[in-house]
Design a protein around this ligand. Structure first.
Ligand code: ADP
Ligand code: MG
Length: 292
């Protein structure tokens, strides 16, 4: 395309809240054959709420919620913010956190009032020799409802199952359908567990998803699709997504996402809505038509 038609395209996109940082990306967008969408904060709102607190054994509800919130006060993960906010709403004051460790893709660990705490997914529990088998049925039922279940262990003992749910953005279903109608293969990617991923994907009409992907492995999934011959668009909002956004043929950041994601992307969706993707692709196609 001529510089002039690219400028016109960039301007048209801006009118609908799509910021194009690089003209080459505008031209590549028309050729995207596969679009990878991050789950949390991209398809969903990214502000999960606690839905279930299930204390185990002799542990009590208020106690486990307080311990979990105390531990999560050390983390900036959306799940952690949900936990801390929920506890506060219920009048719970977190205890003092000493020692804290974020375990990427797994959860968090730390010490609160002399208790060693571990909070996270099944993989984390197994890695620490804690057997969650008795809870698997309960956890599966929560995940089938598109909730994210977490295990809390106190001094090496399972103390609670805590689940959160992150609402899907109201227009994600329509926006995804638009991409599919354009003939684009839409794939969801998430660090979340397989069952939750399957449930969320089903709700938004996506049949292909990568689940339990460690943060450092997201960009590899982009490469896998590229090596299979796809022109890959990647859409994400998190620090986790930055390498994948940079690797993709066209990276799209959610405007409400982290600065790192925005800096790594070619295009920013200022309105947060996934409709910006089909809008950008339409502008791209119009731009190329103009010059033929
Ligand atoms: P995503 O952003 O897609 O949820 P992450 O890699 O950040 O992926 O997290 C993957 C999983 O690790 C989460 O679904 C959760 O089970 C666990 N996890 C990560 N961080 C935390 C945390 N702060 N508290 C509890 N669990 C966590
Ligand atoms: Mg995200």
């Amino acid at each position: 395309a001529t510089p002039m038609s690219v400028m016109v395209g960039v301007g048209k996109a801006a009118e609908v809240g799509v910021l194009i940082r690089n003209g080459a990306a505008l031209q590549t967008a028309s050729r995207i054959s596969a679009m990878i969408l991050d789950k949390t904060g991209t398809i969903t709102l990214g502000s999960p709420k606690i839905t279930d607190v299930l204390p185990l054994g002799s542990f009590e509800r208020q106690h486990v919620l307080r311990l979990a919130a105390s531990l999560e006060s050390g983390s900036e993960h959306p799940l952690a913010l949900a936990m801390v906010a929920s506890a506060r709403e219920q009048g719970i004051t977190p205890g003092k956190l000493s020692q804290f460790n974020a375990l990427a893709g797994h959860g968090v660990e730390g010490e609160v009032e002399k208790h060693k705490l571990l909070l996270g997914n099944e993989k984390l529990m197994r890695e620490r020799g804690i057997n969650p088998d008795k809870q698997l049925e309960t956890v599966q039922a929560l995940a089938d409802e598109a909730k994210t279940p977490m295990y809390l262990a106190v001094d090496g003992q399972l103390a609670a199952i805590i689940a959160v749910a992150d609402p899907i953005k109201p227009d994600s279903v329509d926006a995804i359908r638009r991409l599919q109608k354009d003939g684009i293969r839409v794939v969801m990617i998430t660090g979340d567990n397989r069952a939750t991923a399957r449930a969320v994907a089903a709700k938004v009409g996506i049949s292909e998803y990568f689940a339990e992907v460690l943060p450092q492995d997201k960009s590899r999934k982009v490469q896998e699709l590229q090596m299979a011959g796809e022109i890959v668009g990647m859409t994400g909002d998190g620090i986790n997504d930055a390498p994948a956004l940079a690797m993709a043929d066209v990276g799209f950041a959610i405007g409400t996402g982290t600065d790192v994601a925005i800096e790594s992307a070619d295009i920013t969706l200022m309105r947060g809505s996934l409709h910006g993707l089909a809008d950008a692709i339409a502008v791209s196609k119009a731009t190329l038509r103009n010059i033929k």
